[in-house]
Design a protein around this ligand. Structure first.
Ligand code: NDP
Length: 422
């Protein structure tokens, strides 16, 4: 740890500057299956597991600060639209753009994905983000909302579509080969761990919905502070047992760290362990890569492939009279004061999907804007015209220049679109 955040959290990991902690990381593409090209334009999974002295802390992030949807009910629709056509088994740009153009909340993430940062040069040259809002809480029962940032210490480097296609033709495993070689050579990748911190009360009045996964918190509002350095300095000894069997779950957090009302996070708290039970089996958490590096006191017993000692002859229920482990009331999280947020809601109500996509476009220099527009036009050119027009309308709402540039690259007169922009 390089920065003192002990006043925000009781987690022992952050109790003093100088603390260290073993960790494990896994990077992935999102849409492509195992064996597809590493250099595809796709968000990267940025999954981290920290073996803290009070149990594991898992952070299942991306290399982008936001995501495509804010409503977990839309998650499976979104994923279906990115995966293969049910009839042909082919990836299909029309499916992607049909969904994106009808449900504009992905616009911010789409702008990120088609920007130069949409294809990292290596996994060492990209940032990671928690994207979700999480929380920290301290011994005084005060809660803070936080967003985690992992800033590469090797500079952002990216690939153009042409560079990426050439590499994919030569080496499908380009990114994982690079990472393995760098760590093997002792050229250890490092990220600066930073934190944006919002006092609990601010969430009630902040102009941006603090739990909306399609939005960032501008740095001028909540400046990121330095917390730690993360270094990857050891390759796996066995890829299957360590990487394939790694199971990350956002609910793994030591006392002093917690979740937030972000509805996408709430869904992931349930769906990730569910997926692990299906993919690996009920005892996934006891596998070496997933097991905390501190004692585990649990009443979980039995089940398929119970490969360890199953807690021997110790008592297996609570309450009990035989010294079984008890809940520790000192690590009870302060209650949430937000009322009504557990309601089902229409994720389109009261949201606007354009300003931060526009902010991102305006932050880019001319070369980056040109790459963005070229990448978008390339992906949109085979899509039916009515979808092109609908989508250009969204770019136009984010920034009229943005929409006009994409239209021009597709040979469409922007006047055709403007009439349709609500
Ligand atoms: P800020 O100045 O507060 O944030 C700028 C951030 O944008 C920096 O973290 C920087 O990351 C990143 N950035 C700079 N150039 C690019 C680029 N070409 N593509 C993607 N990200 C870039 O401005 P705001 O917070 O008002 O944000 C403006 C836009 O920046 C947002 O709409 C969002 O899309 C994007 N952004 C914001 C982040 C945030 O947490 N506020 C994080 C990342 C992106 P770096 O230091 O690595 O260059």
């Amino acid at each position: 740890m390089t920065g003192d955040i002990s006043r925000y959290t009781r987690a022992r990991l952050f109790s003093k500057v100088g603390n260290t902690c073993e960790m494990f990381g896994r990077f992935s593409t999102v849409a492509g299956e195992m064996g597809t090209a590493d250099t595809a334009r796709d968000p990267r999974g940025f999954a981290l597991k920290f073996y803290t002295e009070e149990g594991n802390w898992d952070l299942v992030g991306n290399n982008t600060p936001v995501f495509f949807v804010r409503d977990p009910l839309k998650f499976s629709d979104f994923i279906h639209s990115q995966k293969r056509d049910p009839a042909t088994g082919l990836r299909d740009n029309t499916m992607q753009w049909d969904f994106w153009s009808l449900s504009p909340e992905p616009l911010h993430q789409v702008t990120t994905l088609f920007s130069d940062r949409g294809i990292p040069a290596t996994l060492r040259n990209m940032n990671g983000y928690s994207s979700h809002t999480y929380s920290l809480w301290n011994n005084a029962g005060e809660r803070y909302w936080v967003k985690w940032h992992f800033k590469t210490m090797h500079g952002i480097k990216t690939l153009t579509n042409e560079e990426a296609a050439k590499i994919a033709g030569e080496d499908l495993d380009y990114h994982r080969r690079d990472l393995h070689a760098a760590i093997g050579h002792g050229d250890f990748p490092k990220w600066k761990v930073q934190l944006q911190i919002m006092p609990e009360k601010d969430a009630e009045t902040y102009r941006i919905h603090p739990f909306d996964l399609t939005k960032v918190w501008p740095h001028r509002d909540y400046p990121p502070i330095d917390v730690a350095i993360m270094e990857l300095n050891r390759n796996p000894q066995n890829y299957f047992s360590e990487v394939e069997q790694a199971a990350f779950e956002p609910g793994n957090m030591p006392p002093g760290m917690s979740a937030s009302p972000d509805k996408m996070l709430q869904a992931r708290l349930l769906s990730y362990p569910d997926a692990h039970r299906y993919r690996i089996g009920i005892n996934y958490a006891a596998l070496p890569v997933n097991k905390p590096h501190c004692p585990v006191n649990t009443y979980h017993r039995d089940g398929q492939t119970r490969f360890d000692g199953n807690s021997g002859g110790t008592v297996n229920y609570q309450p009990n009279s035989f010294d079984g482990p008890l809940d520790d009331p000192r690590v009870k999280e302060p209650p949430l004061k937000i009322n009504g947020d557990a309601d089902r809601y229409n994720h389109r109500d009261g949201n606007e999907d354009y300003s931060q996509a526009g902010d991102l476009y305006r932050l880019m220099d001319a070369d980056q804007q040109s790459q963005l527009v070229g990448n978008l036009a390339g992906a949109l050119k085979t899509v039916p015209r009515f979808i092109q027009l609908r989508q250009i309308g969204h770019f136009y709402k984010a920034d009229p220049r943005y929409g006009s540039q994409v239209a021009a690259r597709l040979g469409i007169k922007i006047d055709e679109v403007i009439g349709k922009v609500a």
